[in-house]
Design a binder for this molecule. Structure first.
Ligand code: NAD
Length: 491
């Protein structure tokens, strides 16, 4: 038990957590009275029950968002910015409860949960600043016979769907720009981790978000609830973060009424260490790119390619650092690796490791799921992972570092690009020309140069290929929730 987090404190934060649906500015039970269990993945025990929405509840939420859209679109940008700043401050005031709630429902170490609360809140501050900078244009037609006014307007009611791995930040990354642009929304968080987003609803309410402008609908039957809403055409936008197969299905549904879409999907990042890299820096970068969120991140280094002249030293250093990480409940002191989010995820990691070993990889560290309660998988380092191993092309989503040696720059660029994904890649080299050359050739929306993390609210986050469409954050993040209208004026 942590010196700070007692069992009483855990129970108190769970007892105080909102567990009902947030629709039209009110807390409601699900219409059919259904509930779903929220489980602590470090123990397998039920933490609490949360209202489990039916399609009718989903409709109520979308109708509330539709009704609120017209009024909200005319709220002065400064007022929208003030609401976002209120929410930013409230998140900081309540960071102890938010972080603990997140650790309990998702498993990540408490220090990382604090990091996520900060990161999540930053989206509100960033988009508060953007809300008052929505610009347009004025132009003379080439013939001189007309003038063009370029005006930006909110897209309209938006459906936002988020995953479990960053339960708070994936929500604020969508709600922030939606509010800044003047869009109302219905957000459906992952059913494994609904408590963080419901706690955020409480904050948004207190921050002054008008009734109906943000609605939070938790459900164990995601498809049944969201598909009719998407197909209705009432919502004009879908912003989704999650797996590529689900994203593909949702894109098909959006096609019917031609919804605007933002898709933040899966990744298969490579991390490349050239022979001229600062090796200690590369090891630090690999630790961050691999072990952040215990590997349960779309940006996680899924394949680590190291020049054959330095791979032995690199793998020893990496295994030493990963082996020193304490595994346990995220609330306990000094824990650096929490449980996988559920047994399915833990079993998938185990399956991919077994497959890599059968394909010829050697286990340097870990390699077996932990026995006992909770869904733990230990930090694992594999060397000599060949192309035929499934983890070369499938997301591991766990604390497993697969190393493969390479000799030539061209060869490793081909390997990096040998995937349908294109979210992020990491490159470690001290040769500036090579850094630029490789960064330009790798197929991804983002590149970490001599750094193992790229997530920043002020930068345009997103992928290419089957990793997605659109960008979240940066100065383009708000564009995803704005339409451009051109008004032609005869002269
Ligand atoms: P998932 O696709 O299973 O679920 C994501 C969300 O979609 C959840 O809320 C889920 O309930 C919902 N969902 C599932 N099926 C649905 C359906 N038929 N209709 C509507 N909604 C549905 O993904 P996950 O397991 O929660 O998250 C892990 C995935 O998310 C990984 O692939 C990871 O790479 C990706 N991810 C991407 C980013 C990014 O920014 N690119 C960030 C975080 C996670």
């Amino acid at each position: 038990m942590s010196a700070l987090i007692t069992a009483d404190r855990e129970q108190a934060v769970i007892a105080a957590a909102p567990t009902r649906l947030y629709i039209d500015g009110e807390w409601r039970d699900a219409r059919e009275g259904r509930t779903l269990d929220v489980v602590d993945p470090s123990t397998g025990q039920v933490l609490t029950k949360v209202a489990d929405a039916s399609p009718e509840d989903g409709w109520d939420a979308l109708k509330a968002a539709e009704a609120a859209q017209k009024g909200f679109a005319t709220m002065p940008p400064r007022q929208r910015a003030d609401i976002l700043m209120n929410a930013f401050r409230l998140m900081h005031e309540r960071k102890d409860d938010l972080a603990l709630l997140m650790t309990l429902e998702m498993g990540k170490p408490l220090a990382e949960a604090y990091g996520e609360v900060n990161y999540a809140a930053e989206f509100f501050r960033h988009f508060a600043e953007e809300a008052t900078r929505i610009s347009g244009g004025y132009q003379t037609a080439p013939t001189g016979s007309a003038r063009f006014l370029i005006h930006r307007q909110p897209v309209g009611p938006s459906i936002l769907i988020t995953p479990w791995n960053f339960p708070l930040a994936m929500g604020t990354r969508k709600i922030g720009p939606a509010l800044a642009a003047g869009c109302t929304s219905v957000l459906k968080p992952a059913e494994l981790t609904p408590l963080s987003m419901l706690a955020l609803a409480d904050i948004l309410h207190e921050a002054g978000v008008p009734a109906g402008v943000v609605n939070i609908v938790v459900t164990s039957t995601a498809g049944e609830v969201t598909e009719p809403l998407i197909r209705s055409g009432i919502a004009r936008k879908l912003s989704f973060t999650g797996s590529t197969p689900v994203g593909r299905k949702l894109l098909e549904q959006c096609a019917e009424k031609v919804l605007r879409t933002s898709m933040e999907l899966g990744g298969n990042a490579a991390l490349v260490v050239f022979e001229d890299a600062d090796l200690d820096r590369a090891v630090e970068g690999a630790m961050l790119a691999k072990m952040r969120n215990s590997g349960e991140a779309c940006t996680a280094a899924n394949r680590i390619f190291v020049h054959s002249s330095v791979i032995e030293e690199f793998s020893q250093k990496l295994a030493e650092k990963m082996g020193a990480m304490k595994v346990g409940r995220g609330v306990d002191d000094d824990v650096k690796v929490g449980p996988m989010v559920d047994s399915r995820q833990r079993d998938k990691v185990a399956e991919l490791v077994d497959d890599a070993v059968r394909s010829g990889a050697e286990v340097i560290l870990g390699g077996e799921p932990a026995a006992g309660e909770g869904y733990f998988y230990p930090p694992t380092v594999l060397s000599g992972v060949p192309r035929r191993a499934r983890m070369w092309s499938e997301e591991i989503f766990g604390p497993v570092a697969p190393l493969t040696p390479f000799d030539e720059e061209d060869q490793v660029i081909d390997w990096v690009n040998d995937t349908e994904y294109g979210l992020v890649n990491y490159v470690f080299t001290n040769d500036l020309t090579r850094a630029v050359r490789v960064a330009e050739q790798v197929e991804s929306g983002m590149v970490g140069l001599n750094q193992g993390a790229v997530s920043n609210p002020a930068a345009p986050f997103g992928g290419i290929k089957e990793s997605g469409l659109g960008r979240e954050g940066g100065d383009v993040g708000i564009d995803e929730f704005l339409e451009t209208k051109y008004i032609g004026i005869a002269m």
